[in-house]
Design a protein around this ligand. Sequence first.
Ligand SMILES: O=P(O)(O)O[C@H]1O[C@H](CO)[C@@H](O)[C@H]1O
Ligand SMILES: [Mn+2]
Ligand SMILES: [Mn+2]
Length: 404
Amino acid sequence: MSRAFLVVMDSVGIGGAPDADRFFNGEVPDTGANTVGHIARACADGRAEQGRSGPLCLPNLDALGLGAAVHLASGEAAPGLGAATPVGLWGAASEVSRGKDTPSGHWELAGLPVPWEWHYFPDTLPAFPADLTQAVAQAAGTQGILGNCHASGTEILARLGAEHLRSGWPICYTSADSVFQIAAHEEAFGLERLLTLCRDIAPTLHAMKVGRVIARPFVGDAETGFTRTGNRHDYAITPPGKVLTDWVQDAGGRVHAVGKIGDIFSMQGIDDVVKGPDADLMAHLGRLVDTAEEGSLSFANFVEFDSLYGHRRDISGYARALEVFDAAIGPILRRLRPGDLMILTADHGNDPSWSGTDHTRERVPVLGAGRGAGAIGQAGFTDVAASIADHLGLETHGPGQSFL
Ligand SMILES: O=P(O)(O)O[C@H]1O[C@H](CO)[C@@H](O)[C@H]1O
Ligand SMILES: [Mn+2]
Ligand SMILES: [Mn+2]
């Protein structure tokens, strides 16, 4: 028997997406974006010295083949990585779904490319159509909404947090992703009221093919500043068909979700979920490596690379998070048993050295531990699902090909 662990390092791209010129941050195309490559370059040049220092140090990910994968994907060397011959399976995967967002990336990694065009709101003022604005205000019980624009979630709180406290109106904003985000004060507006509002309005947005309604609760005041809390909740469209989690369950295996995976798949094919900050999630992943059943899939997402550092264009923070992740995953990799496969990958890029504040279209690393060493080469996202299915002895579905 065998077990599988699929670990998504959210936004840890490695450059070189073949269609990067069709994706943008503002006016700037994503051509040339390279999350890991540019972080490694900044570290080597002494431009990532906050809370860490020196060349990017990722011995465990690099031993599996991260540096080699960066070079394969982008043609660029990542300074500090890629010196040794990989001891894992390594390759670079491209996405075919037409969104560079989290659900598109995860669904395709789970075997199902997104078959539709997502709806994106224009970067205009207002960003939302009048009937949607009215529907949200009516559901909120307010005379109107604030925001109604593209924004970074932290910047818009600094700009509109005080006005939200004065008016009581919810702050609604979007991004280059297919999202409708509602920020509201946990105490003044009420956390439960915000979650109810998002849940009630979600079917309207999903009918428009907007991927997610995201509740963004925050606390604080104008004097001390406003801070988002851990009570974020995503209300996502359901995947349009069966995915890897269903394949595992249909064969009688259990599926354990760690982090945002439950939200991203609307709990489809998932037995249980644990949430929390990434440091806690790593402890849960370690526990699953020690306890997961034969035939099971443990599916984890580590979001802080993206949410705390990529969108904030914080190169030092992103480098630090990669180094902390690397140090923590090492002992877990060493606890894998015969018959286990762990794949580490990503869902899109979010190059912190790039223009704008949105994701970047990139290839992603595919690093495999437990099934020997070797080059996978250029792969598709769906090959990840096919390979896990192959490893677990399941029938595969969809376009993916196993690289095992
Ligand atoms: O700037 P914040 O609120 O973190 O928003 C980011 O988070 C959203 C969901 O991942 C993305 O679409 C991006 O807009
Ligand atoms: Mn993501
Ligand atoms: Mn993101």
